[in-house]
Write a protein that binds this ligand. Structure first.
Ligand code: GLU
Length: 308
């Protein structure tokens, strides 16, 4: 796999010269101070081997990428019953938009936009009963799938999100008014902000996504996480809904399932082949990593990884 390493090195060198790097999210204060110069990429192959380039070991705030893992956990607890509370359609609107919730009577379009993720957090909370236990359960799951006990949430980021998250608070209260939250909005928000505040490196994230690339089984440890059917379905949701209003463009350009976060990370899955994580903090107009998307476009093109 010298070819893969060469390609990663070339992509990293090419993007290092880019002047237009997008703008880091500034509505969460600790994220606003992260330099847009950072770039890292990691590829975990199903057949074994982790290939990296750039700052692949530097931890960053995974933000909405965590929604892939909370959804996986909630589906494990509730199965298809979860879909009574949240849909599976792309939203065509911003990650934190409240508009569709009014039209669709409190049922969020999908689990990856903020209201959908709040419903998923509520479902996890209803299962574990207390916010602290729920956060612990999410962290244990992330440690299990990545086979890494060091993964944790950054309390400063979680606190900053709580202090500035008026729109998320509005969404949670609005969901509650429609009867689609079982727990107090404050508790649900606490769980949500903490899972968004999880810190991981590209290397850790690529390993954590391995089960989605490998039909539900961690390719390194061999441990079964979910069924192959469920892995396929989560990948389908990542493809159609993983980049908010930029999901169509990402499918068109990159051609593999992916989930972005406003910290500038993207987890992308090449079914049957590899799990890929990339990080560059500058975002495009849709709130997705500008250079991260470009890196994945180059990688998928050079490796022939598009599923289409
Ligand atoms: N914690 C962020 C928020 O709720 C997540 C958004 C994202 O990563 O897209 O605003």
């Amino acid at each position: 796999m010298d070819k893969l390493q060469d390609i990663l090195n070339e992509i990293t060198a090419t993007l290092a010269t880019r002047e237009e790097r997008g703008k880091p999210a500034d509505y969460i204060p600790p994220l606003a101070h992260v330099s847009p110069q950072h770039f890292g990429i990691a590829v975990a192959l199903n057949e074994g081997g982790l290939f990296t380039a750039g700052e692949a070991d530097l931890p960053f705030s995974i933000q909405s990428i965590s929604k892939v893992f909370t959804l996986t956990l909630a589906l494990g607890m509730y199965g298809d019953a979860l879909w009574r509370r949240v849909g599976r359609e792309p939203s065509g609107s911003a990650f934190n938009s409240i508009v569709l919730l009014e039209q669709e009577k409190g049922i969020p379009r999908n689990p990856f936009i903020n209201p959908g993720a709040l419903v998923v957090a509520d479902a996890l909370l209803a299962h574990a009963r207390a916010p602290r236990e729920t956060i612990g359960e999410i962290l244990r799951f992330l440690r299990f799938v990545s086979d890494d006990e060091t993964i944790s949430a950054d309390p400063l980021v979680a606190r900053a999100e709580k202090a500035t998250g008026f729109r998320n608070a509005a969404l949670a209260n609005y969901l509650h008014s429609w009867g689609n939250l079982m727990n107090p909005p404050d508790h649900v928000l606490g769980v949500y902000f903490h899972h968004c505040a999880v810190t991981m490196s590209c290397a850790q994230l690529a390993r954590a996504g391995g089960f989605l690339a490998n039909a539900g089984r961690n390719p390194v440890t061999g441990r079964s996480v979910i069924s192959s059917v469920r892995a396929r379905r989560i990948n389908a949701l990542m493809m159609t809904c993983g980049h908010y209003d930029g999901s169509g463009d990402f499918a068109y350009r990159v051609g593999i399932p992916g989930k972005s976060g406003v910290g500038g990370g993207i987890l992308a899955i090449v079914p049957g082949v590899a799990s890929v994580a990339v990080w560059s903090p500058g975002l495009n107009a849709n709130g997705n990593s500008l250079l991260g998307s470009e890196a994945l476009e180059m990688l998928s093109h050079r490796m022939g990884w598009s599923v289409f």
